[in-house]
Ligand binder design. Sequence first.
Ligand code: ZN
Length: 257
Amino acid sequence: MAKRWYSLLTVALLVAGVLLPASPAAAAPTFKVPFPCGQTWSGQTRTDHSPAYAVDFNRTDDLGDPVVASAPGTVDRVTDLGGTSYGKYVRIDHGGGYTTYYAHLNGFNVSVGQSVGYGKVIGWVGSTGGSTGPHLHYEQRLNGNDIQVRFNGSLALYWGTKSYTSGNGCSSSTGSGTVNTSGTALTVRSGPGTGYDAVGTVADGTRVTIYCQTSGTSVTGTYGTSSIWDRIGTGRYIADAYVYTGHDGYIPNVPRC
Ligand SMILES: [Zn+2]
Protein backbone atom coordinates (compact mmCIF):
# COMPACT_ATOMS: atom_id res chain seq x y z
CA MET A 1 0.00 0.00 0.00
CA ALA A 2 2.75 2.39 0.88
CA LYS A 3 4.43 1.68 -2.43
CA ARG A 4 1.25 2.31 -4.40
CA TRP A 5 0.76 5.71 -2.74
CA TYR A 6 4.36 6.55 -3.48
CA SER A 7 3.95 5.77 -7.17
CA LEU A 8 0.71 7.77 -7.41
CA LEU A 9 2.46 10.70 -5.80
CA THR A 10 5.32 10.37 -8.28
CA VAL A 11 2.88 10.46 -11.20
CA ALA A 12 1.13 13.49 -9.71
CA LEU A 13 4.45 15.33 -9.38
CA LEU A 14 5.43 14.47 -12.94
CA VAL A 15 2.09 15.76 -14.27
CA ALA A 16 2.44 18.92 -12.17
CA GLY A 17 5.97 19.33 -13.52
CA VAL A 18 4.71 19.18 -17.11
CA LEU A 19 1.94 21.67 -16.46
CA LEU A 20 4.06 24.22 -14.60
CA PRO A 21 5.78 26.91 -16.66
CA ALA A 22 9.33 26.05 -17.64
CA SER A 23 10.74 29.02 -15.77
CA PRO A 24 9.29 31.23 -13.03
CA ALA A 25 8.54 34.91 -13.64
CA ALA A 26 11.68 37.03 -13.55
CA ALA A 27 12.33 38.77 -10.26
CA ALA A 28 11.94 42.54 -10.27
CA PRO A 29 15.19 44.44 -10.79
CA THR A 30 16.57 46.26 -7.76
CA PHE A 31 15.51 49.77 -8.69
CA LYS A 32 17.33 52.69 -7.13
CA VAL A 33 16.49 56.38 -6.80
CA PRO A 34 17.10 57.90 -10.30
CA PHE A 35 19.63 60.48 -9.14
CA PRO A 36 23.36 60.32 -8.36
CA CYS A 37 24.66 58.66 -5.19
CA GLY A 38 24.03 60.58 -2.00
CA GLN A 39 21.53 63.12 -3.36
CA THR A 40 18.24 63.64 -1.52
CA TRP A 41 15.10 64.41 -3.51
CA SER A 42 11.51 65.03 -2.56
CA GLY A 43 9.24 62.48 -4.26
CA GLN A 44 5.53 63.12 -4.53
CA THR A 45 2.72 60.68 -5.32
CA ARG A 46 -0.90 61.73 -5.70
CA THR A 47 -4.16 60.12 -6.68
CA ASP A 48 -4.80 62.47 -9.60
CA HIS A 49 -1.44 61.76 -11.23
CA SER A 50 -1.34 60.11 -14.64
CA PRO A 51 -0.47 57.32 -14.45
CA ALA A 52 -1.46 56.98 -10.81
CA TYR A 53 1.72 55.37 -9.44
CA ALA A 54 4.19 57.78 -11.05
CA VAL A 55 6.48 59.79 -8.78
CA ASP A 56 7.34 63.46 -9.37
CA PHE A 57 10.77 64.38 -8.01
CA ASN A 58 11.94 67.85 -7.03
CA ARG A 59 14.68 69.60 -5.14
CA THR A 60 15.81 73.22 -4.90
CA ASP A 61 17.24 74.57 -8.16
CA ASP A 62 16.77 71.25 -9.92
CA LEU A 63 16.61 72.48 -13.53
CA GLY A 64 19.46 70.78 -15.41
CA ASP A 65 20.36 68.33 -12.63
CA PRO A 66 21.47 64.90 -13.90
CA VAL A 67 19.00 62.01 -14.01
CA VAL A 68 20.46 58.49 -13.81
CA ALA A 69 19.28 55.00 -14.79
CA SER A 70 17.51 53.42 -11.83
CA ALA A 71 18.67 49.91 -12.77
CA PRO A 72 20.78 48.29 -15.48
CA GLY A 73 19.07 47.82 -18.84
CA THR A 74 18.85 48.87 -22.47
CA VAL A 75 17.53 52.26 -23.57
CA ASP A 76 14.61 51.56 -25.90
CA ARG A 77 13.05 55.01 -26.30
CA VAL A 78 14.61 58.46 -26.56
CA THR A 79 11.61 60.48 -27.68
CA ASP A 80 10.57 64.12 -27.90
CA LEU A 81 6.78 64.58 -27.83
CA GLY A 82 7.16 68.34 -28.10
CA GLY A 83 4.95 70.53 -25.93
CA THR A 84 2.63 67.74 -24.80
CA SER A 85 2.58 64.83 -22.37
CA TYR A 86 6.06 63.57 -21.37
CA GLY A 87 7.91 66.05 -23.58
CA LYS A 88 11.45 64.69 -23.84
CA TYR A 89 11.54 61.26 -22.27
CA VAL A 90 13.68 58.14 -21.99
CA ARG A 91 12.48 54.60 -21.46
CA ILE A 92 14.77 51.81 -20.24
CA ASP A 93 13.97 48.12 -20.72
CA HIS A 94 15.24 46.13 -17.73
CA GLY A 95 14.14 42.70 -18.98
CA GLY A 96 11.45 40.47 -17.51
CA GLY A 97 8.79 42.93 -18.70
CA TYR A 98 10.07 45.76 -16.48
CA THR A 99 10.58 49.26 -17.86
CA THR A 100 11.20 52.69 -16.34
CA TYR A 101 10.22 56.13 -17.70
CA TYR A 102 11.99 59.46 -17.16
CA ALA A 103 9.96 62.39 -18.45
CA HIS A 104 10.00 66.20 -18.96
CA LEU A 105 13.77 66.05 -19.50
CA ASN A 106 15.74 69.09 -20.58
CA GLY A 107 18.01 66.97 -22.76
CA PHE A 108 19.23 63.47 -23.50
CA ASN A 109 22.55 61.80 -22.72
CA VAL A 110 21.79 58.36 -24.21
CA SER A 111 20.58 56.87 -27.48
CA VAL A 112 18.28 53.96 -28.36
CA GLY A 113 19.99 50.58 -28.00
CA GLN A 114 22.53 51.79 -25.48
CA SER A 115 23.24 49.59 -22.45
CA VAL A 116 23.18 51.46 -19.17
CA GLY A 117 24.12 50.55 -15.61
CA TYR A 118 23.40 51.99 -12.20
CA GLY A 119 24.34 55.65 -11.95
CA LYS A 120 24.57 56.24 -15.72
CA VAL A 121 23.45 59.80 -16.53
CA ILE A 122 20.66 59.47 -19.12
CA GLY A 123 19.53 63.10 -19.29
CA TRP A 124 18.81 66.25 -17.28
CA VAL A 125 15.83 67.51 -15.30
CA GLY A 126 13.65 69.87 -17.34
CA SER A 127 10.13 71.11 -17.80
CA THR A 128 9.35 69.89 -21.31
CA GLY A 129 5.97 68.58 -22.50
CA GLY A 130 2.92 69.16 -20.35
CA SER A 131 4.93 70.33 -17.34
CA THR A 132 4.44 73.57 -15.43
CA GLY A 133 7.84 73.62 -13.72
CA PRO A 134 11.12 71.65 -13.60
CA HIS A 135 10.77 68.16 -12.11
CA LEU A 136 11.41 64.54 -13.01
CA HIS A 137 8.34 62.43 -13.73
CA TYR A 138 9.35 58.81 -13.04
CA GLU A 139 7.50 55.54 -13.60
CA GLN A 140 8.09 51.84 -13.15
CA ARG A 141 6.03 49.53 -15.38
CA LEU A 142 5.56 45.78 -15.69
CA ASN A 143 4.35 44.49 -19.06
CA GLY A 144 3.33 48.04 -19.92
CA ASN A 145 1.24 48.58 -16.79
CA ASP A 146 2.06 51.28 -14.27
CA ILE A 147 3.16 49.64 -10.97
CA GLN A 148 3.82 51.04 -7.51
CA VAL A 149 7.39 52.30 -7.35
CA ARG A 150 9.95 50.50 -5.19
CA PHE A 151 13.51 51.49 -4.38
CA ASN A 152 15.79 48.73 -3.06
CA GLY A 153 12.61 46.68 -2.73
CA SER A 154 10.89 49.21 -0.45
CA LEU A 155 7.57 50.65 -1.52
CA ALA A 156 7.44 54.41 -2.15
CA LEU A 157 4.98 56.45 -0.09
CA TYR A 158 1.43 56.24 -1.45
CA TRP A 159 0.09 58.82 -1.16
CA GLY A 160 2.13 61.86 -0.22
CA THR A 161 5.55 63.50 -0.31
CA LYS A 162 8.67 61.90 1.11
CA SER A 163 12.45 62.41 0.94
CA TYR A 164 14.41 59.73 -0.91
CA THR A 165 18.21 59.54 -0.66
CA SER A 166 19.97 57.90 -3.58
CA GLY A 167 22.26 54.91 -3.17
CA ASN A 168 22.47 54.68 -6.95
CA GLY A 169 25.92 54.12 -8.41
CA CYS A 170 27.69 54.56 -5.09
CA SER A 171 31.22 53.23 -5.32
CA SER A 172 32.49 50.03 -3.75
CA SER A 173 31.03 49.49 -0.33
CA THR A 174 33.93 47.56 1.18
CA GLY A 175 37.17 48.97 2.49
CA SER A 176 40.49 47.46 3.38
CA GLY A 177 43.23 47.96 5.91
CA THR A 178 46.42 46.48 7.31
CA VAL A 179 46.70 45.28 10.88
CA ASN A 180 49.59 46.95 12.69
CA THR A 181 50.25 45.76 16.22
CA SER A 182 54.04 45.90 16.45
CA GLY A 183 54.20 42.12 16.62
CA THR A 184 51.40 40.75 18.77
CA ALA A 185 48.45 39.07 17.05
CA LEU A 186 45.27 41.16 17.24
CA THR A 187 42.26 39.61 18.94
CA VAL A 188 39.13 39.17 16.83
CA ARG A 189 35.89 39.63 18.79
CA SER A 190 32.37 38.40 18.09
CA GLY A 191 31.06 41.97 18.42
CA PRO A 192 32.33 45.57 18.43
CA GLY A 193 33.97 45.69 21.84
CA THR A 194 36.48 44.18 24.24
CA GLY A 195 33.60 42.67 26.24
CA TYR A 196 32.66 40.33 23.38
CA ASP A 197 34.07 36.82 23.08
CA ALA A 198 37.46 36.37 21.48
CA VAL A 199 36.86 34.31 18.35
CA GLY A 200 40.34 34.30 16.84
CA THR A 201 43.34 36.46 16.02
CA VAL A 202 44.86 38.16 13.00
CA ALA A 203 48.63 38.42 12.67
CA ASP A 204 50.46 41.72 12.54
CA GLY A 205 50.72 42.85 8.91
CA THR A 206 47.57 41.04 7.75
CA ARG A 207 45.59 42.78 5.01
CA VAL A 208 41.88 42.71 5.91
CA THR A 209 38.66 43.47 4.04
CA ILE A 210 36.35 45.75 6.01
CA TYR A 211 32.67 45.11 5.28
CA CYS A 212 31.30 47.73 7.64
CA GLN A 213 32.31 49.85 10.63
CA THR A 214 30.55 50.63 13.85
CA SER A 215 31.09 52.26 17.22
CA GLY A 216 32.01 50.09 20.21
CA THR A 217 34.31 50.22 23.22
CA SER A 218 37.14 52.70 23.03
CA VAL A 219 40.56 51.16 22.38
CA THR A 220 44.00 52.74 22.42
CA GLY A 221 46.26 51.20 19.78
CA THR A 222 48.93 51.92 17.21
CA TYR A 223 46.91 54.75 15.67
CA GLY A 224 45.68 56.41 18.85
CA THR A 225 42.40 56.04 20.69
CA SER A 226 39.25 55.14 18.78
CA SER A 227 35.85 53.60 19.43
CA ILE A 228 35.54 52.41 15.82
CA TRP A 229 35.39 48.67 15.21
CA ASP A 230 35.82 47.05 11.80
CA ARG A 231 33.78 44.02 10.78
CA ILE A 232 36.12 41.74 8.80
CA GLY A 233 33.78 38.75 8.48
CA THR A 234 30.56 37.35 9.85
CA GLY A 235 30.68 37.85 13.63
CA ARG A 236 34.32 38.99 13.42
CA TYR A 237 35.33 42.46 14.61
CA ILE A 238 38.68 44.10 15.25
CA ALA A 239 39.54 47.44 16.86
CA ASP A 240 40.21 50.09 14.19
CA ALA A 241 42.87 51.65 16.44
CA TYR A 242 45.20 48.85 15.25
CA VAL A 243 44.31 49.01 11.56
CA TYR A 244 45.92 51.24 8.97
CA THR A 245 43.06 52.27 6.64
CA GLY A 246 44.44 55.54 5.31
CA HIS A 247 41.66 57.44 7.06
CA ASP A 248 41.24 59.00 10.47
CA GLY A 249 37.85 57.89 11.65
CA TYR A 250 35.36 56.15 9.41
CA ILE A 251 36.33 55.15 5.87
CA PRO A 252 34.23 57.02 3.28
CA ASN A 253 31.78 54.73 1.39
CA VAL A 254 32.10 51.87 3.87
CA PRO A 255 28.68 51.42 5.50
CA ARG A 256 27.89 51.48 9.21
CA CYS A 257 27.19 47.98 10.50
ZN1 ZN B 1 4.35 63.52 -13.12
